[in-house]
Design a protein around this ligand. Sequence first.
Ligand SMILES: *Cc1c(COP(=O)(O)O)cnc(C)c1O
Length: 359
Amino acid sequence: MTQTISPKPGVDRISLYVGGESHLDGREDVLKLSSNENPKGFPAAAGDALQKAATELHRYPSSDHIALRNAIAEVHDLDPERIICGAGSDEIIAFLCNAYGGAGTEVIHSRHGFAMHRISALAAGSEPVEVIERERTVDVDGILGAVNERTRLVFIANPANPTGTMLGDNEVTRLAEGLPEDVILVLDGAYAEFVDGHDGGAGLIERHPNVVMTRTFSKIYGLGGLRIGWGYGAKDIIDNLNRVRGPFNLSELQLAAATAAVQDTDWVETCRTENAMERARLTRALRDLGIAVDKSFANFVLARFANEETAGACEAQLRQDGILVRKVGSYGLPNCLRITVGTAPDNNRVIAAIKRWAR
Ligand SMILES: *Cc1c(COP(=O)(O)O)cnc(C)c1O
């Protein structure tokens, strides 16, 4: 049968998002370090809240998410009226592209940036514009140089995935100040909690109404399986995102679990501290083996090999040892492997396996 119905332009240019692998045939002891998940799981209070909410599934969920927005606002000292919640921050990214993109518009993303920035731009009918990076770091001048009258959105993740690098506040401010007022700068803060004292851009938003921040419960809160994220920005932008949002986009299970999780500030503190220690140990061990690693600000490291073949050989050996890491060729980094920081025993296992391979 021939296809006679075409999707809108751009849809057929989307390469499907490929998630981290989680299974190896015939192995029970798989160590999954391929999706930047929290090795400690999620806060116990989130699980309790979810179980309690499960008795009320015949009820429609809240459509204004007010309890969750209030909890987020309280913990982060933000205005609840300017928070929007979604099924992962992926959905907030899609809302932004759907509300502000479309045919004839351009959306800027970074060369090694998160795949969903480009995918959501194409799905909305926008033209994605890729800007190269310098030393695997977002290039502010490159982005400013790519802006034209069709540009509507600029996406950067800070810290970035899969590189783990980060722009300092000065550079992010310079980017915000260099953009025209009618271009939205989206600061994807999926890993913001891993950086001590980092507000994800919340302060910048107060001075620049064209800056929006996205955040997630998938990483430090360990709730990737439940799909909860949120965004913060100027009231008129958030109002427009709510117009393209489905009224019941989050179930009561998601809302209850996230509301409990965000209030567990000790959890965030503990995970941030442990991650930083283990990340430093993993970075050192890899460098000691002659494998290049940029300083990472997130819960993973990017191991850089001499070439694609060497990276592939290391990945194949890890796989033999039951360890799954992420190949990042589709991110323009074919000579690299992204390794999620696990628990101390997890990291011992991956370090030992790479040592055996290196010999
Ligand atoms: C993991 C990740 C997300 C989070 O996506 P969710 O939809 O919230 O699970 C967003 N941006 C980046 C850069 C990520 O790495």
